[in-house]
Design a protein around this ligand. Structure first.
Ligand code: ZN
Ligand code: ZN
Length: 375
């Protein structure tokens, strides 16, 4: 792939365990020839600016939201569940293929069974600025599939947040879910991502699991297809109102997006510190948002330590019970909360909760917000 497309940027991940990109302290991104482990985990999606042939990769991530058919949250994904959901997942994949295959020959369309979901991938040549967005939008809109990342019940659809972000890490054929299994405990089986063709997907009756590395199938090579004129014309004809891709607005602070706050149903016992957190919407919303930004979480932790006087264990328990963060990982949370308690860490320097002006500035509460902590 690197040679075929003349890739000039280091986009390949050289770690065996999972997804951690420690690029801030020494990068684990390398050129393909420098990968030191037997199977590649992942890489950045190939963008036209990163290769001599100016090939653009298109990537559609099909998955189900992690709920049972009755609407309970799924904490541990089992092989049985993945297989049980497979017919509907496959149906969703067909809805994407129905849009793609009339334009792009099927030998150029690659399907990856990632372990729980399906990825549909193809590479186009000769695109102009903006064409990637137009085609991606067109396929998302025309497939009529729901966005799995903001679902509150079981849906089969597209992880649109991942698909439309322009600089994106994706797993590669041969990558395994060891990190998810042994460290995050999200799945109960080991699996390697494997390749299948659209025809094989049509015929598949079961989810194409691949428990052994030796059994991984790879496409012979990635090949790019000249961008079909007709696809471009149709994509550009899509009214912009339908566009699921929001263009980045240049505001001074990174808070332009709307928060998705999950309402809490039910009572919180009075001796549970969460009942106090709930009395300030600013902090409660940090806890209850699906898309809480990394820079917001220390505000909450400081409030818990310096105003509510909670211990490290109480804080971890509270976050574990009440947070709605899509990317919540208990180990990472513990790692950061601990820093607030450790003298000499950058997190323990400021020993007070943020001022109300700070919360307003970051869009965490309205100007004039009043509560028992903010009078
Ligand atoms: Zn996904
Ligand atoms: Zn408040």
């Amino acid at each position: 792939m690197e040679l075929d497309f003349g890739i000039s940027r280091k986009i390949f991940l050289d770690v065996a365990t999972g997804w951690y990109d420690f690029s801030k302290r020494g990068s684990n991104l390398v050129s393909a020839k420098d990968i030191s482990i037997p199977h590649i985990q992942g890489r950045y999606r190939l963008n036209a600016c990163d290769n001599a042939k100016r090939v653009q990769e298109f990537f559609f991530d099909l998955e189900w939201s992690s709920f049972t058919p009755h609407g309970e949250k799924v904490d541990l994904v089992t092989r049985e569940l993945v297989d049980y959901y497979f017919p509907q997942l496959r149906e969703a994949a067909f809805q994407v293929l129905d849009i793609v295959l009339p334009f792009i020959q099927k030998q150029y369309v690659y399907i990856r069974a990632s372990g729980t979901g399906l990825h549909i991938i193809f590479f186009l040549e000769g695109l102009q600025e903006g064409d990637w967005e137009a085609i991606t939008q067109f396929i998302i809109v025309k497939s009529c599939l729901p966005n799995t990342k903001h679902a509150s019940s079981l849906v089969f659809g597209l992880d649109a947040d991942t698909i439309i972000s322009s600089d994106r890490k994706i797993s590669e054929f041969g990558s395994w879910n060891k990190w998810k299994k042994d460290f995050k405990h999200e799945v109960d089986y080991l699996n390697f991502a494997t390749f299948l063709t659209p025809d094989e997907l049509f015929l598949a009756e079961h989810y194409p699991f691949c428990p052994k590395f030796e059994a991984v199938r790879y496409p012979e090579r990635y090949r790019s297809f000249p961008a079909p004129e007709r696809l471009l014309t149709e994509a550009k004809r899509l009214p912009p109102a339908d566009s699921p891709i929001q263009r980045k607005q240049s505001t001074s602070l990174p808070t332009a997006q709307k928060r998705i706050v999950v309402p809490f149903e039910g009572d919180i016992p009075l001796d549970d510190p969460a009942s106090k957190v709930r009395r300030c919407s600013a902090y409660w919303n940090i806890l209850r948002s699906r898309d809480t930004e990394w820079y917001e979480r220390p505000f909450l932790v400081k409030h818990l330590i310096y105003v509510l006087k909670l211990t490290e264990q109480e804080i971890l328990k509270l976050i574990d019970t009440y947070r709605c963060w899509d990317d919540y990982d208990p180990k990472i949370t513990r790692f950061y909360v601990r820093k607030h308690f450790r003298e000499g860490s950058s997190y323990s320097k400021v020993k007070k909760a943020p001022r109300i002006e700070t919360l307003v500035k970051y869009g965490l509460c309205e100007k004039g917000h009043v509560c028992e902590f903010h009078k």
